[in-house]
Design a protein around this ligand. Structure first.
Ligand code: 13P
Length: 256
């Protein structure tokens, strides 16, 4: 049984006091929870948010890491630093990293491996551009982006979550239809089966991301192959993020 994961990617948003208020609200509400909850603040605030949520059901993740160990790499942050400030998770390969920072599958595979090596759970993000979907290339793009798993063994897949985020749905208010999401997720699960095994494919969580809101979360999370949400904009306010977590709890109960 896959446990639903509701993750908030705060991106480059929220100053210290805002992140503190939000994390206090979440930690205050969820001492425990039927679904997993994750927040990913900007890196200067990881330690602070980590202290606020300590002891609650809310977990801490970073939005990025560099694959090399500590050393002369100005501006970068490595896995043992993330672990040191209390992160249990890291996002890798978000489409904004791919689009605006030129990150490609070969680099991402190194980042995924580094995250695992440092004991972090890794959310590998994949997703096609609008032009790629319109050209009928969605599955080819997703298959190619699964190369981020190149260095991951079947055993290590227990610490990997895949996030399907169609780029055309991110921050646009245009959500993939439940059918589009389910279809892409089923395709990704098939990829996991061919890369690994039926066992790995059925145990690995695949999140949907892209304009997830309180009013569409339940329908998306109820799809058989949608195991959670990676939420941007709607994770920045306690009420909307809590509503999505509650939808997750309902979907989890429905799935049994
Ligand atoms: P939005 O929920 O703002 O569309 O962002 C999705 C996303 O990119 C999460 O990583």
């Amino acid at each position: 049984m896959r446990r639903i994961l509701v993750a908030g990617n705060w991106k480059m948003n929220l100053l210290q006091s805002q992140g503190a208020a939000l994390s206090q609200a979440l930690a205050g509400k969820y001492a425990s929870c039927a679904v997993e909850i994750l927040v990913c603040p900007a890196s200067p605030y990881l330690g602070g948010v980590g202290s606020t949520i300590r002891g609650s059901a809310v977990q801490l993740g970073a939005q990025n890491l560099y694959f090399a160990p500590q050393g002369a790499l100005t501006g970068e942050v490595c896995g043992d630093m993330l672990k040191d400030v209390g992160c249990g998770w890291v996002l890798v390969g978000h489409s904004e990293r791919r689009q605006f920072f030129g990150e490609q599958d070969e680099l991402l595979a190194k980042k995924v491996a580094a995250g695992l090596q440092h004991g972090l759970q890794v959310v590998l993000c994949v997703g096609e551009l609008l032009a790629e979907r319109q050209a009928g290339q969605t599955e080819a793009v997703l298959e190619k982006q699964m190369a981020g798993l190149a260095q991951v063994s079947a055993e290590q897949m227990a610490n990997i979550v895949i996030a399907y985020e169609p780029v055309w749905a991110i921050g646009t208010g245009v959500t993939a239809t439940t059918e589009q999401a389910q279809q892409a997720h089923a395709f990704l699960r098939g990829q996991l089966k061919s890369r690994y095994s039926e066992v790995v494919a059925s145990a690995t969580r695949i999140l949907y991301g892209g304009s997830v809101k309180a009013d569409n979360a339940l329908e998306l999370l109820s799809q058989p192959d949608v195991d959670g949400a990676l939420v941007g904009g709607a994770s920045l306010k306690a009420d909307s993020f809590i509503a999505i977590i509650e939808a997750g709890i309902q979907a989890q109960a429905r799935k049994g």
